[in-house]
Design a protein around this ligand. Structure first.
Ligand code: UT7
Length: 338
């Protein structure tokens, strides 16, 4: 372990993302459950989602996203000290998906572990990475949010199957010049909401049996309306809290990259922040909710499309099962890239 360095800032020095090629549209879903393109678009904003080929796991998407992030950050796999994969759909119970990424990318010097905070996973991971780099213990951390929710979606349940998609997004967290990087972060959880969004079977409490499979307990269960109300309240609340905690004002926020679960939830946060429509990145219509991958895929796309520029103050906010939530404010550093 090294001593705390007299470092400057801690931020993101590279991003990457991957979504599978296979597309399932709302019209495709109309053929398998009683729903309509009109209902899905009006209630959620989603038009289509990507689905991972059945012979692949989340690690495949994680590796593809990570390759692009390494390239973007212009660092080699040997320079990575730690790999964190935020996921609720690991390839298997163990070894961790992070270890599969480590082996594939030949990140020989990296510690590796998975982190589970559902849709808030990427923000939880960013906070862990930030802490390791700012303490001086590690220099470069590869963080990936990767989820193949199609694997745990009940395709006979119209309440949930219209919402989710597969994908992965990655970021390299490292030192950045003084004044740049993370300006503030805030995480939270409320286990009292544990029953609102869950997948109960396959763990130590209820291992897989014929009965659990028959009762469809290996799929996501969600009380959508309750989660919706929580999300609207929490996204607004954490946005204002993190701005205050970071000693900023509403008008200091240049760009919002929210968790992509529902257009109506994103809109309520945008309005609370008094941001123009073009100051929020939304890709929900193309991908649906990709859980821990939603924020990093949106962030990577926003950076590559030049929506986020050097010195912009960006706000990342998310919520998910647990219940969990998180927010981070970053002064963007992009000198020397692209
Ligand atoms: O990352 C975190 C994970 N989850 C979320 O963020 C989800 C948060 N929740 C939501 O986004 C919304 O609650 C949903 C999109 C899931 C549902 O929208 P809603 O406006 O809350 O609708 P609802 O659940 O109150 O359902 C309204 C009606 C119901 O019919 P009745 O009982 O009023 O006759 C549902 O059965 O819509 C029905 N419904 C559907 N109809 C057509 C539910 N799903 C569908 C569907 N197609 N796919």
């Amino acid at each position: 372990m090294t001593q705390r360095r007299d470092f400057k800032g801690v931020g993101i020095i590279g991003t990457g993302s991957y979504v599978p090629e296979k597309v399932i549209t709302n019209f495709d879903l109309e053929k398998i459950v009683e729903t309509s393109d009109e209902w899905i678009r009006a209630r959620t904003g989603i038009k289509e989602r990507r689905i991972l080929d059945t012979d692949k796991g989340s690690s495949f998407m994680a590796i593809e996203a990570a390759k692009k992030a390494l390239e973007n950050a212009k660092i080699s796999p040997e320079d990575i000290d730690m790999i964190i994969v935020a996921t609720v759909t690991p390839d298997m119970m163990f070894p961790s998906t992070a270890c599969l990424v480590q082996e594939s990318l030949k990140c020989k010097n990296a510690a590796a572990f998975d982190l589970e905070a559902a849709c808030s996973g990427f923000l939880y991971g960013l906070s862990v990475a930030y802490s390791f780099v700012s303490s001086g213990i590690y220099k470069n951390i590869l963080l990936i949010g990767a989820d193949a929710l199609s694997r745990i979606t009940d395709w006979t349940d119209r309440n949930t199957c219209v919402l989710f998609g597969d994908g992965a997004g990655a970021a390299i967290i490292s030192e950045v010049p003084e004044g740049k990087g993370v300006l503030g972060l805030d995480l939270g959880a409320d286990g009292e909401g544990k029953n609102l969004l869950k997948l109960v079977a396959g763990g130590s409490l209820m291992p897989a049996t014929e009965k659990t499979v028959k009762n469809r307990l290996h799929y996501i269960y969600m009380e959508g309306n309750e989660v919706f109300k929580f999300a609207v309240r929490k996204m607004e609340e954490i946005s204002l809290k993190i701005i205050e905690k970071s000693k900023l004002k509403l008008e200091d926020i240049d760009y919002l990259v929210p968790h992509q679960a529902n257009m109506r939830i994103i809109e309520s946060a945008r309005k609370k922040l008094k941001l123009a429509e073009n100051k929020v990145y939304v890709n929900l219509e193309d991908y649906g909710n990709m859980s821990s991958a939603s924020i990093p895929v949106a962030l990577d796309e926003a950076v590559r499309k030049n929506k986020i520029k050097d010195n912009d103050v960006i706000l990342l906010i998310g919520f998910g099962g647990g219940l969990t939530w998180g927010a981070m404010v970053i002064r963007w550093y992009s000198k020397g890239r692209f």
